[in-house]
Design a protein around this ligand. Structure first.
Ligand code: FE
Ligand code: FE
Ligand code: ZN
Length: 280
């Protein structure tokens, strides 16, 4: 099964999002758990969420990917920001228990001058504080572009965070690989995906990889910029995506577009990726 979706707005509710995804040919979707700029939104209604769960089961969807707001920073040197982040994420994780198989993606954070080592420690501490061994949701660390003091642009940093999570919670931790970000970070996923997945497997383990953010990049390999481009219009190029949607290391995973597109643009990119996908 080819699971393909895009980023949608949660503002119309959960069931609405699932129906919107279906209407553009998607069979999964991603959404921000809250407005990315951090304004608080009203609590989702249990009926709406239950309606979405029923809809995605009946329509053979992969469970949706919830994306934490960019305002969270578990690696901050400010204890108040770390506490705020941990509380907000814990609350979101409790809510996600009502969605079977849910994925929850977050940016590991920025160490803002205190160094990667300190930041990595704070991120692992937070995961140990908020992840419950028996929970249903898998928490995903996103691979980052390495802009500013971002942690998680090197696979070794993700490995270090995961290693510091308590053993009984580690099975609930995974990785979401963003194709724009890894290219920006210096991994040439367009030219040599085999080498990048081999490197990932050696460092983190492919079994940790749970989702793919499917974006072209406005900048060349190693640029550390994090500017997403439409599929085929950037430095990765259309042939890279043909290889990626069919690559044996990741073809079973859900793919999520986060390209600069409106709904119609997403429908076109989903159709394009489906056309390039070869079923085996
Ligand atoms: Fe992200
Ligand atoms: Fe992403
Ligand atoms: Zn990005």
């Amino acid at each position: 099964m080819f699971y393909i979706g895009c980023h949608l707005s949660v503002s119309g509710g959960y069931l609405h999002m699932a129906k919107e995804a279906a209407s553009i040919g998607a069979n999964t979707f991603q959404y921000f758990t809250r407005n990315p700029r951090g304004f608080s939104s009203k609590e989702p209604s249990p009926e709406d969420v239950a309606g979405m769960v029923k809809f995605i089961e009946e329509n053979g969807f992969h469970a949706p990917l919830a994306h934490a707001p960019y305002t969270y920073n578990p690696a901050s040197k400010d204890a108040h920001i770390r506490e705020y982040t941990a509380e907000a994420m814990a609350k979101e994780l409790r809510f996600l228990e009502s969605i079977p198989g849910a994925l929850y993606n977050f940016h590991p954070g920025c160490h803002v001058g205190q160094g990667i080592e300190a930041g990595v420690g704070f991120i692992a501490d937070m995961l140990n504080a908020i992840v419950l061994p028996g929970q249903n949701t898998t928490v995903l660390l996103e691979t980052m572009a390495g802009k500013g003091s971002e942690i998680g642009s090197r696979f070794e940093e993700l490995r270090e965070i995961i290693d510091r999570v308590d053993e009984d919670k580690r099975t609930k931790i995974g990785v979401c690989l963003d194709t724009c970000h890894v290219s920006d970070a210096g991994y040439d996923i367009a030219a040599d995906p085999d080498a990048v997945f081999t490197e990932f497997d050696k460092t983190v383990g492919l079994e940790r990889l749970r989702a793919i953010h499917t974006n072209d990049s406005k900048n060349p390999v190693g640029a550390h910029k994090d500017r997403h481009e439409k599929i085929g219009d950037g430095y990765l190029g259309i042939e890279a995506f043909r290889r990626l949607v069919n690559h044996e290391a990741i073809r079973h995973l859900p793919f999520y577009l986060e390209t600069p597109c409106d709904l119609e643009g997403y429908a076109g990119e989903i159709a394009l990726l489906k056309e390039m996908r070869q079923e085996i």
